[in-house]
Design a protein around this ligand. Structure first.
Ligand code: PEP
Length: 246
């Protein structure tokens, strides 16, 4: 069984003062789950420093995005090596906001996934269907195709040492959460699709997770944690989610 993992995705929110205040209010005493904070790039090193000061071996830092390229003339991009050099452990790839707002294809996401792994980071790859796709009964086909792009690019062996987040697009930032049963069905499917590696792979649910619905989601057999957007901006609420994870 993978250790539970709760990941905060601050998206494009906060500033230096926010990051400082967040760590003053975060209380991970008694939390068993691993916890990761993904701030905007400019605050990465500040957050690495704050996380280090908390002295909890359970707390680490991640980036919200990573370049597929290693180095060179790619203005505005940040490489996986740079993230590792700044102290990041994780890199989110394929978040639905990147896929839809920035046109990132599953092929590009797969390249980012491989770049992160190649640099020693743990990629957190996000997959999920739109409302239209769910209503058309295509949820599992969509997830399957998103996962297959990674296998095509990096091989089935590449599932070891990674994190997969199921994030139904219709539940992100909308206040609508998948029911625990809806989420479990997709998580079980993902676990099976990952083959042997799936047994050890943390499978996170993301989509309007908050203190009040976290425990019911975490009670499902194949939900190992959460990727949390909005509720991760409130340190007390986020603490509650971490406690619910174990
Ligand atoms: C996310 O950003 O990955 C997310 C799940 O956001 P929210 O929790 O706000 O739905």
């Amino acid at each position: 069984m993978p250790n539970p993992l709760v990941v905060a995705n601050w998206k494009m929110n906060g500033d230096r003062a926010f990051a400082g205040a967040f760590f003053s209010a975060l209380d991970l005493s008694g939390v068993v789950a691993d916890v990761a904070i993904c701030p905007p790039f400019p605050y990465l090193m500040q957050v690495v420093e704050s996380a280090g000061k908390m002295g909890s071996g359970k707390l680490s830092v991640g980036a919200q995005n990573v370049s597929a390229e290693e180095a060179g003339a790619f203005t505005g991009e940040v490489s996986a090596d740079m993230l590792g050099d700044c102290g990041a452990r994780y890199a989110i790839v394929g978040h639905s906001e990147r896929r839809t707002l920035y046109g990132e294809s599953s092929e590009l996401v797969a390249k980012k996934f491989a770049a992160a792994k190649g640099a020693g980071l743990v990629p957190i790859i996000c997959v999920g269907e739109t409302l239209e796709e769910r209503e058309a009964g295509r949820t599992l086909d969509v997830i399957s195709a998103q996962l297959q792009a990674v296998v095509d690019h990096a091989g089935a062996e590449s599932w070891r040492g990674v994190v997969v987040a199921y994030e139904p697009v219709w539940a992100i930032g909308t206040g609508k959460t998948a029911t625990p049963e809806q989420a479990q069905e997709v998580h079980r499917f993902i676990r099976e699709r990952l083959g042997e590696a799936g047994v050890e792979t943390p499978l996170l649910y993301g989509g309007s997770v908050k203190g009040s619905n976290a425990a019911a989601l975490f009670a499902q057999q194949d939900i190992d944690g959460a990727l949390v957007g909005g509720a991760s901006l409130d340190a007390k609420e986020f603490t509650g989610i971490c406690r619910a994870a174990g």
